[in-house]
Design a protein around this ligand. Structure first.
Ligand SMILES: [Zn+2]
Ligand SMILES: [Zn+2]
Length: 83
């Protein structure tokens, strides 16, 4: 099976804020986060976004990352690993 290394705390991935080059914090999966905060999300590849909730075939887990300094939020698709 494939699991997300972030959800399962196998490893942490760091992303750097495009605005201020600070490390961004992992806020968790988009599905857990999206309802309240969707208005603020700057989603890269928005066209992909509509489909992914039903789409497990690519083994990617979308996570929200936020910058601790400027509060910018982005979504990154984390590659799941075979477990
Ligand atoms: Zn995940
Ligand atoms: Zn920032």
């Amino acid at each position: 099976m494939f699991v997300c290394p972030l959800c399962n705390q196998i490893e942490q991935q760091q992303y750097i804020c495009p605005n201020c080059q600070q490390a961004m914090a992992n806020e968790g999966r988009v599905m857990d986060y999206f309802d309240d905060y969707s208005a603020y999300l700057d989603i890269e590849g928005m066209k992909l976004f509509d489909g992914y909730l039903n789409d497990g075939k690519d083994h990617e887990c979308p996570h929200v990352f936020s910058c601790l300094k400027c509060s910018k939020q982005v979504v990154r698709f984390i590659d799941e690993v075979e477990f």
